[in-house]
Design a protein around this ligand. Structure first.
Ligand code: CO
Length: 457
């Protein structure tokens, strides 16, 4: 029997409409999803945290607690970027530890940890802390294709993942570039080499995902990720309902509660309609883009890039930017295109095209990457380029977080005027100015409410 993880309230809207679903919408869906019998619901992490604070004026921790309240039967899962947590830099081990602790305390059951570069050293602390606080830890390997990303490469990594103590392994194909035949070979190889459950996460961007899932299922994958229609397909996951229907009568039938699924459908439709009408969901995101197989661009990155270009009135450069992406990637040693590497490579490609000169301007992130601050690149970096950008600066070879002093207590002191809880400190550690603005508004509003209340007593 196949197990299913429902992703619409995290990856679904992150891939299709820049993570703008509100807490109220998320909670109303989760309330029904809880009756379906999913293996887990992916509800938190990834870009949801940032989007809550930055765009929705909502506290991501409140969202998690509210979802937990309405999900009594189903495990809640989050996506966690190893030593980056949910942010864009490396954090010290004690901040990673505290984030795992607070995530689990506030309702998370499964923490899916990945590192953009598949540098196992960047996963160790998150695995240790998740287990320490009683959570289930899944390690996700960022899937990509390149001369170095062979089946042997993934099998060797998977063995290291198992040794590290992960409870399960996920193949995270964020760009949707895994083809059915490769999935069959990869799943078969992994299932014969590792004992922990194996999950597949992919995207429909290239139009092959359902076929890839089927090949993986027949090769023995234990769990797959799907998203409730119509918040599915395109740059998101395959449709939950379609997969269930396709498996009916087979030994893989996940045996889920279809009545509950039908109950959720009108709500999902209303949500999708709302974001199409307000323009956040560009229906271009639903189109099959076979070129993805050539350019390796994940769904979230694609929808953000379309937005970036249209803000600059440069949508006509779309194809040029897509063509620039594989070149930047090769220069940087074939990093998989997943956060933060996807933003780094995507932004650099946009800059290279809009400036009419490659690497005329480089982001701070690319410079840090070239200094080794994100970990080890999968393959060798273009040394000529490295020299051009960072000169003779020292490049580090150790685990980047080994160079960081503990910082949680210091952050707590720094933010003592704004933060009222360790959760607040973590929000501030991750998204300093955005979180500070948010918390000031949140607590001021609360004080106003209290004052008004007292006036009427
Ligand atoms: Co994804």
């Amino acid at each position: 029997m196949l197990k299913i993880v429902e992703t619409s309230v995290r990856d679904g809207h992150q891939s299709l409409f820049a993570t703008r679903m509100t807490t109220q919408e998320v909670v109303s869906l989760c309330q029904i999803y809880d009756k379906v019998g999913f293996h887990a619901i992916e509800v938190w992490g990834g870009a949801t945290f940032d989007a809550c604070l930055r765009f929705l004026n909502e506290d991501p921790w409140d969202r998690l607690r509210l979802v937990r309240q309405v999900c009594k039967n189903t495990k809640l899962q989050m996506l966690f970027r190893g030593q980056n947590i949910l942010g864009y830099r490396h954090y010290s081990d004690d901040v990673v530890d505290m984030f795992c602790k607070k995530s689990i305390e506030n309702g998370i059951d499964i923490i899916r940890v990945f590192d953009a570069l598949n540098d196992i050293r960047n996963l160790r602390q998150a695995v240790e802390s998740t287990k320490k606080y009683g959570g289930e830890c899944q390690i996700a390997l960022s899937y990509t294709t390149s001369p170095v990303h062979t089946i042997d490469y993934y099998v060797e990594l998977a063995k290291d993942v198992e040794k590290l103590g992960a409870d399960s392994l996920c193949i995270k194909d964020m760009a949707g570039v895994l083809l059915p035949e490769d999935a069959k070979k990869l799943v078969t190889a992994l299932k014969s080499e590792i004992k922990i459950p194996l999950e597949l996460h992919s995207h429909c961007t290239a139009g092959v995902c359902e076929m890839t899932y089927m090949a993986a299922i027949e090769a023995g994958v234990d769990i797959v990720d799907t998203s409730m229609s119509p918040l599915s397909n395109g740059t998101a996951q395959p449709s939950t309902q379609a997969l269930i229907n396709a498996l009916k009568g087979s030994k893989y039938d996940p045996k889920l509660n279809m009545d509950a699924i039908h109950e959720a459908e009108p709500l999902v439709t209303d949500i999708v309609d709302k974001y199409v009408k307000n323009g956040l969901l560009n229906t271009k995101s639903f189109e099959i883009n076979p070129n993805i197989l050539k350019y390796q661009v994940p769904g979230g990155m694609l929808s953000n890039m379309i937005k970036q270009l249209s803000d600059q009135d440069a949508l006509d450069k779309y194809e040029d930017v897509l063509k620039e992406i594989p070149k930047v990637r090769k220069d940087l040693g074939y990093p998989p295109l997943v956060t933060p590497m996807s933003q780094m490579v995507g932004t650099q490609a946009v800059l290279n095209i809009l400036n009419n000169e490659r690497y005329k301007i480089c982001t701070k992130e690319v410079k840090d990457y070239l200094h080794g601050k994100y970990g080890k690149a999968p393959s060798s970096i273009n040394e000529e380029l490295r020299k051009k950008i960072i000169g003779d600066d020292e490049v580090i070879n150790c685990r980047p977080a080994d160079l960081l002093e503990p910082e949680f207590e210091k952050l707590k002191m720094d933010y003592k005027d704004i933060a009222r809880s360790d959760e607040d400190v973590l929000s501030l550690a991750l998204f300093e100015s955005v979180a500070a603005d948010f918390l000031k508004k949140k607590y001021n509003a609360e004080e106003v409410e209290t004052d008004e209340f007292e006036m009427f007593v």
